[in-house]
Design a protein around this ligand. Structure first.
Ligand SMILES: Nc1ncnc2c1ncn2[C@@H]1O[C@H](COP(=O)(O)OP(=O)(O)OP(=O)(O)O)[C@@H](O)[C@H]1O
Length: 234
């Protein structure tokens, strides 16, 4: 058994304060392995986004620990967390979050830019990432010239261009029709399996189940069930 890329160990998270305080997570442990695509499913308000935000070092746990490649993030300063996030984690969001005035290549390159990589190599890497998601012919296109599915693929290219070991995606197919949703999901599955990354996807969409290696169910801030599946994608 290889060591997990990332793990939450007995994580609890309270959100809000006073009478409005909510225990969003209650002692959650979850380890994600490289090469696997995991779906995180559960009802609205069950804590999915909170868990994703904690794994991605955007929120700190009230109790418990997150370890990224064996290194605990407990006690880390915000700047250290930002560095860890930049080095190890790629994010994909429901609504793409692309810059409308930048081409596909420049949207992807921005992720390298903020890491201080501004060479010609950065441009080549951005093109390679766009080719990896099936968009080698759209390098110069602006977001408004792309379909929703294509925009999400640019966002995936941006998430992988820095070579992170972990990809966290929050409802990445929710804004897409069934066909585009499946295409995006297959790309994410390929990124997990062929590139050995740990991919975690929050979703409500049962049509994605056949593509997952593992499905984790969360309810009321607790992991209640987990299944391993023989994924259909080869
Ligand atoms: N900033 C906040 N302040 C107080 N409570 C919050 C805050 N953010 C989320 N919550 C509460 O924490 C709980 C978990 O929220 P979370 O967004 O993680 O759920 P979710 O499973 O992602 O839901 P959805 O599927 O609707 O996106 C919910 O009860 C929510 O109302």
């Amino acid at each position: 058994m290889t060591d997990p890329m990332i793990e939450a160990v007995n994580v609890s998270k309270d959100l809000g304060s006073g009478a409005a305080k909510v225990a969003a997570l209650k002692g959650v442990s979850l380890a994600l392995n490289g090469g696997e695509l995991t779906l995180l499913m559960g009802p609205s308000g069950s804590g999915k986004t909170t868990l994703l935000s904690i794994l991605g070092c955007m929120l700190t746990p009230t109790e418990g620990t997150v370890r990224i490649r064996g290194r605990s993030t407990g006690g880390a300063e915000p700047e250290d967390l930002a560095l860890l996030r930049r080095e190890h984690v790629g994010f994909v969001f429901q609504s793409f979050h692309l810059f409308p005035t930048l081409s596909a290549t420049d949207n992807v390159r921005l992720a390298l830019d903020i890491r201080g990589e501004r060479s010609r190599r950065a441009k080549a890497k951005s093109r390679e990432a766009l080719a990896r998601v099936g968009l080698p012919h759209k390098l110069k296109a602006f977001p408004r010239e792309l379909s929703g599915g294509e925009q999400q693929r640019v966002a995936i290219a941006r998430a992988i261009v820095g070579n992170p070991s972990i990809i966290l995606a929050d409802e990445p197919t929710a804004a897409l029709d069934g066909e585009n949703g499946q295409a995006v999901m297959k790309i994410l599955a390929g990124i997990a399996r062929e590139q050995g990354r740990a991919v975690l996807i929050v979703t409500h969409d049962p049509r994605l189940l056949p593509l997952a290696d593992r499905v984790v169910h969360i309810e009321d801030g607790r992991i209640v069930r987990e299944e391993r599946r023989g994924a259909e994608l080869q």
